[in-house]
Design a protein around this ligand. Structure first.
Ligand SMILES: [Fe+2]
Length: 304
């Protein structure tokens, strides 16, 4: 499967290319560079006087977890972050009226032996659709500092539409939302909080290394993993997701060959043009009625 760089096509072609299992890198969006600058400034302020890529040499894992535990939520929910995400989407040519987005998540990957759990967890082979993402989800991933083959992420493109054994049948989106409110020790063991592939050994692993200022787009159905960081440098990236309302209603999107989770993340998405969410009637029609008392969105009181 090819990796497209600066695909020259309509918004529909761009989305379909991704649903078909291809990767796209966009290198010419000013808003991505603006987002990188914004995030770099924040990280530089957070770790001052130290270089963010070497911050792990100056703070122990507990200090780091505390600092990131304060910074990450403030970054995720700031108006400037949301504004920059919407600008990236518009500049990429996706229609604001039908595109919905989720808040941007900063990811940190520290060298092996430092903070690699909890807030800096390294994901094993997984598809986001195993975490109840819709088939129409597109992931946007952008590095903040230069990424390398020994601290980035890898794809198994050949398994895009081939079922692989996985633990997604133990994942429920609403239970996961509720579980995130309690400590890890209190989360029940029966429900797998982080679905992953079982014993997965890909024939080929593809590593794409966009420069800061570029963004990598891939389907939420792609099988991907974090590469354990042996680079000596901390890796910082930001990712967010989009869903097109027309594709959602038309039943488009990527093939779901082995997703067995329950619940849906669709209520997390907001419209780029007016911040509206998908109406509950539509969501229920497409994904089924949630059980009474389910925590449909993290942090929001459970439904009646
Ligand atoms: Fe993922």
């Amino acid at each position: 499967m090819p990796v497209y760089v600066d695909l020259d096509g309509s918004a529909e072609e761009l989305r379909q290319t991704i649903y078909d299992g291809n990767l796209i890198v966009l290198t010419r969006l000013q808003a991505v560079s603006d987002f990188v600058e914004h995030t770099r400034r924040q990280l530089t302020d957070l770790f001052r006087p130290y270089d963010p890529e070497h911050a792990h040499e100056h703070f122990d894992p507990e200090q780091m977890a505390r600092m990131l535990g304060v910074w990450k939520p403030s970054f995720i929910h700031s108006d400037i972050s949301k504004k920059l995400v919407c600008e990236i989407i518009r500049e990429a040519g996706l229609p604001a009226e039908s595109t919905h987005y989720d808040v941007p998540k900063p990811r940190t990957s520290f060298p092996t032996g430092h903070l690699t759990t909890g807030i800096a967890f390294a994901f094993p082979w997984h598809r986001d659709v195993w975490y109840s993402a819709p088939a129409q989800q597109i992931n946007w991933w952008l590095p903040i500092f230069p990424v390398r083959a020994d601290n980035s992420m890898a794809f198994d493109l050949q398994s895009f539409d081939r079922a692989v054994p996985n633990s997604s049948d133990g994942f429920d989106y609403y239970e996961n939302n509720a579980g995130r409110l309690t400590t890890a020790a209190q989360v029940t063991r029966e429900r797998q909080a982080r679905p992953g592939a079982l014993d997965h050994k890909p024939q080929h692993e593809l590593v794409v290394l966009p420069a800061p200022g570029a963004v990598l787009l891939f389907s939420g159905a792609q099988l991907h993993t974090s590469i354990p960081n042996s680079s000596g440098r901390a890796r910082y990236s930001v990712d967010f997701r989009t869903v097109d309302a027309g594709d959602l209603l038309a039943g488009g999107g990527a093939p779901l060959v082995d997703a067995h989770s329950t619940g849906t993340a669709i209520r997390d998405f907001r419209n780029v043009a007016d911040e509206g969410s998908f109406d509950e009637e539509t969501v229920t029609q497409l994904f089924g009625a949630p059980p009474p008392g389910a925590m449909l969105v993290f942090g929001r009181p459970p439904s009646a």
